[in-house]
Design a binder for this molecule. Sequence first.
Ligand code: NAP
Length: 300
Amino acid sequence: MIDIAIIGAGPAGMSAAIYGKRAGLEVCVFEGELCGGQMIYTPEIENYPGTGKLSGAELALNMRAQMLDLGVTLKEERVTAVSYDGTYHLTASGGEYEARTLIIANGAKRRHLGVPGEEKYSGRGVSYCAVCDGSLYKGKTVVVVGGGNTACEDALYLANICEKVYLVHRREELRAEKHLANAVLNSEKVEKILCAKPVSVIGDKKVTAIELDINGEKRLVETDAVFVCIGLQPENGIYAHIAELDAAGYIVAGADCRTSSPGLFAAGDTRTTALRQVITAASDGAVAATNAHRYIKERS
Ligand code: NAP
């Protein structure tokens, strides 16, 4: 039986795996997509001490290599159901698994605008990842929607590639950290359109424009792409019967990462926390694995 099953191989899951394995436990990580989670979409990690100039994707690959070198089992499978009867039972795309403890580190997914045209033109001009798709719009015009760190970072990243970048934000002030917000505000390449709510994405075969509502007035901005950078939302529906969720869908867990179920831990962006960063996720992973180890020792 697995000692610690970990769902998600972002910084929280990979850090948990490293700590669990080094404690001598049988650790298995389940990841249905690429290892790294949200950080693989980050052009440059500036606030993780000691990395120097490194992209999120590079940091993700380093963490993955470290985890695998230690002998952690990585199952590239999506977990679709979980139950608990004193043991955790996982149904994954490749089979059924049993574990003494479970760490949920599945992060959060990119939020969608939910306006007409967004889904229709997804992959045809609507994108959720500047690092992945930015190069497709070299020398072109793009719109970035959002006012947080991601939107500002992505607007600056795209300003190096594209001819023109619009940053569309629904408030007068950007929510991003000051140095990022200032960089955007001072950038001549990024035109700020504030107090503007996206109404629809317009196109023919591909995106041609975005329609905005600016204080009740409609404005059409012609663009080749719309980058939606409006934050994250958790996807914890399959855990609702074993873990308490808050109103927004995050798993209720404190700094010790313990949840309402015995032997069940939540680490990183998926749990109720004030700060969602690579470093806080990695820290959570260490805490969750250490507490899972304690839990196993207490019962053996
Ligand atoms: P965020 O901080 O939650 O910001 C989301 C932005 O999108 C906000 O400005 C919000 O507007 C706007 N928004 C939300 N829903 C919207 C809608 N339906 N229509 C229009 N605008 C909408 O998200 P994020 O920037 O993706 O960051 C997510 C987390 O990752 C944060 O904790 C952030 O600190 C972290 N992060 C950190 C770094 C870094 O440290 N370098 C980089 C990237 C992300 P309001 O302001 O009006 O709410």
